[in-house]
Design a protein around this ligand. Sequence first.
Ligand SMILES: C[S@@+](CC[C@H](N)C(=O)[O-])C[C@H]1O[C@@H](n2cnc3c(N)ncnc32)[C@H](O)[C@@H]1O
Length: 221
Amino acid sequence: MSNINYDYIQNYVNQLIPKSEGILAELEGYAKENHVPIITPDVAAFLSILIKSTNAKKILEIGTAIGYSAILMGRAAGDNFKITTIEKNQEMIDLASKNIKAAGYDNNINILSGDASEILQSIDDNYDMIFIDAAKGQYMDFLRLSFDKLKIGGLFICDNVLFRGMVAERSLLIRRKITIVKRLKRFLSYISNHEAMDTVVIPMGDGVSISMKKKEAVIDD
Ligand SMILES: C[S@@+](CC[C@H](N)C(=O)[O-])C[C@H]1O[C@@H](n2cnc3c(N)ncnc32)[C@H](O)[C@@H]1O
């Protein structure tokens, strides 16, 4: 039970999604066996559609883990894509590098090693899409440090924003997660009310937010 949706809805929707093949199927198996959190199949399908429909070719990701979502996004982006993905855990970086090479994407996907809050300050580039799937308490920082790197019309997407339902329902709240939940609520309120973006929060996976950048703005929270 994810606390985001009814199990019967989630199970029904999941069984409609075609099974992955090749390296993505292998990585799903690895993630399950080794308890590595990766995007859920519905979020994976949704991201793929967003990338294809917006023709996103330059993507910035925060939170590489084993490289599953980066490879999936690369598949969706087709030819001549560039993904920059940031990861701070060296063990994950090693695994992701191996997996990205095996997928044949070592020329397209570049892993930057370190804490995204620091790495983002040294990136001077412009992206069609930014996908955030890392420390939930830092989403506001990630937005502040990356919004100027997103093109106008580009999508800023965040995973896990409903955090097992705790963001929406007090009775689900675990005491040691209070700070993260407070930060996520503040973040969601901020992106939902900011004049420089249009945002929707979708109860899919662990909650996904999508914001479309409408104009340049300083993120000053
Ligand atoms: C949920 S996993 C990412 C899963 C991946 N996006 C996928 O679906 O295949 C989150 C990853 O973010 C990394 N991470 C968390 N906070 C980070 C930060 N501040 N900077 C860089 N990486 C971070 C963690 O080490 C972890 O590997």
